[in-house]
Write a protein that binds this ligand. Structure first.
Ligand code: APR
Length: 209
């Protein structure tokens, strides 16, 4: 293809990490248009689809994704919160979809934070096991599952940075946020992120809007 590939979407803020790793924030944006190796689906335990980002991914990716999800559920049963599985990306530009089940928010004192962190760690680990170099997350649990975005964002970012530190092939993670308020909450959490003390020059880059 000659010319500008309009599917490639820029970031608004980027955390620059050790070993050439980075975490980018983009929005308002539609994750189904991402060209990263995998996109992450905010699924439910049935893995049989739903509304929100789950519905958008199945619609855009086609029936091959649902067929693989059915197989997985047939093999392992319902997927608990905090876990992740991988399927084809079907018709999506991304080669794979990683399906993870976020916690349903029940006040914040019922293990939700650990489950949300686990979603991000498991998704990065699975992408790494499949030799992918990049993946994109939506704002898991912050829609139908009711997790307040300002609480979810710092957990999502810290657990992703932690998982990236021990990944071999994954170098880039993007957060693709659907609306301006969610993007702003993630940007705010990124700005407050405390970098580990290391010898390399880590930091934050911003693209003027
Ligand atoms: N791209 C990126 N983000 C999107 C998109 C999209 N195309 N569509 C929706 N979102 C955003 C929502 O605006 C919200 O910020 O994804 C975030 C997560 O919202 P949900 O999709 O409702 O996910 P979650 O809160 O984890 O709830 C999961 O919803 O549809 C069901 O099957 C799904 O039962 C599961 C539940």
């Amino acid at each position: 293809m000659i010319g500008l590939d309009t599917r490639v979407q820029k970031f608004t803020i980027r955390l620059v990490l050790e070993r050439d790793r980075c975490v980018e924030f983009f929005g308002p944006g539609d994750i189904t248009r991402e060209t990263t190796g995998a996109i992450v689906n905010a699924a439910n335990s049935s893995l049989l689809g739903g509304g929100g980002v789950d519905g958008a991914i199945h619609r855009a990716g086609g029936s091959a994704i649902l067929a693989e999800c059915r197989n997985i559920v047939g093999r392992i049963g319902r997927l608990p919160a905090g876990k992740a599985v991988i399927t084809t990306g079907g018709r999506l530009a991304a080669k794979n979809v990683i399906h993870t089940v976020g916690p349903i928010y029940r006040g914040g004192e019922n293990g939700e934070a650990e489950e949300l962190a686990s979603c991000h760690r498991e998704s990065v680990r699975l992408a790494d096991e499949n030799s992918l170099e990049s993946l994109s997350f939506p704002a898991i649990s912050t829609g139908a599952f009711g997790y307040p975005v300002s609480e979810a964002a710092p957990i999502a970012i810290a657990s992703t940075v932690e998982a990236l530190a021990s990944a071999n092939s994954v170098k880039k993670v993007r957060f693709v946020l659907f609306d301006a308020a969610t993007l702003r909450a993630y940007e705010r959490a990124a700005e407050k992120f405390s970098f580990p003390k290391t010898a390399s020059p880590l930091g934050i880059e911003k693209v003027p809007s």
